[in-house]
Design a protein around this ligand. Structure first.
Ligand code: C2E
Ligand code: MG
Ligand code: MG
Ligand code: MG
Length: 292
């Protein structure tokens, strides 16, 4: 049920409803312990250019395997971390770790790849959010244009002006902003116009039928046209098949992210992925010059 409603506050609410008070307290206490013991990790999922298949960046996704509970999905523990405030230090750790990884990748020959990092509404609402982000960039040495912060529309509700002010400040410093999960929950074309975003991420729900159903195709085609008219780039999430890639390419989507290219990877497997991908890419029958 929570999944159907998309992410953000609705999702948080339903996720909370699914866990009883005891379960929530248990999850939070395990998460606090995991944070103190530094047992959260990050996985990285590549984003490739639709036109030529080259790797342009990665999205950092937090992972946690508890010794008793086993692997816990971020869809389950992020809402608990948000409600308790643990997301603030956890989010700073995620950001710093992802920036360090991006710098390392560049040094190892991956080029100017970008790093996308998910931001929670609770983080964005912190009064020192902007200086904290800038401080981490300065400390890690990642050029601001190589960082992309992912936010969702539901995070804007309630404090739109404050959020826009902060996002503008970050954009002025060169940081990129992406609107995540577009097409679920509260998606509105107004946000596409008014939020200072560089990138629109089309949710997997939009992508699922894009190669099979004309109505899904028209939606993606129209949204990507609007996005391009507004000078936003378009990323398709949850691409699992070559046929989806081909359809998205014809519809002008700029980047592809999904299991078709790779599942999210632990840091120590990125270099092997990059090498293997170059070989696979050369054999892919993807559109190159006939992009709309
Ligand atoms: P998201 O930011 O929309 O991330 C995309 C999710 O889709 C990830 O799930 C990813 O593993 C999954 N995915 C990617 N490609 C495919 C595909 O081809 N097929 C399918 N079925 N799934 C695919 P994950 O890692 O479980 O993360 C879930 C959500 O948790 C994320 O959604 C994001 O909203 C949140 N999250 C993850 N890491 C962080 C974090 O560091 N901070 C915050 N605040 N939220 C995070
Ligand atoms: Mg994301
Ligand atoms: Mg998403
Ligand atoms: Mg999502």
């Amino acid at each position: 049920r929570a999944k159907d409603n998309g992410r953000g506050s609705v999702c948080t609410f339903t996720a909370d409803m699914n866990l009883n008070v005891v379960e929530r307290m248990q999850l939070l206490s395990r998460a606090r312990q995991a944070f103190d013991r530094q047992s959260f990790t990050l996985h990285y999922q590549p984003q490739v250019a639709t036109a030529d298949g080259r790797v342009r960046g990665f999205e950092a996704l937090v992972r946690w395997t508890d010794s008793e509970l086993g692997p816990v999905s971020p869809d389950r523990f992020i809402p608990v971390c948000e409600d308790s405030g643990l997301i603030v230090p956890l989010g700073l750790w995620v950001l710093e770790t992802a920036c360090i990884e991006a710098v390392g990748l560049g040094c190892r020959g991956a080029g100017d790849v970008t790093m996308s990092v998910n931001m929670s509404a609770v983080q964005l609402a912190q009064h020192d959010f902007v200086p904290r982000v800038l401080e981490i960039l300065a400390r890690t040495g990642l050029p601001p244009h190589r960082l992309e912060l992912e936010i969702t529309e539901s995070q804007m509700i309630g404090s739109l002006d404050a959020a826009i002010g902060k996002l503008n400040a970050l954009r002025q410093a060169g940081v990129h902003i992406a609107l995540d999960d577009f097409g679920t929950g509260y998606s509105s074309l107004t946000y596409l116009r008014t939020l200072p975003i560089n990138t629109l991420k089309l949710d997997k729900a939009f992508i699922n039928d894009v190669h099979r159903r004309p109505d899904a195709r028209s939606m993606v085609l129209s949204i990507s046209r609007i996005a391009h008219d507004l000078s936003r780039s378009v990323v398709a999430e949850g691409v699992e098949e070559l046929a989806q890639w081909e359809a998205l390419s014809l519809m002008g989507c700029d980047l592809i992210q999904g299991y078709f290219v790779s599942r999210p990877l632990p840091a120590d497997r990125i270099d092997a992925f990059l090498a293997a991908w170059e070989e696979r890419r050369a054999r892919l029958p993807v559109a190159r010059d006939d992009v709309v």
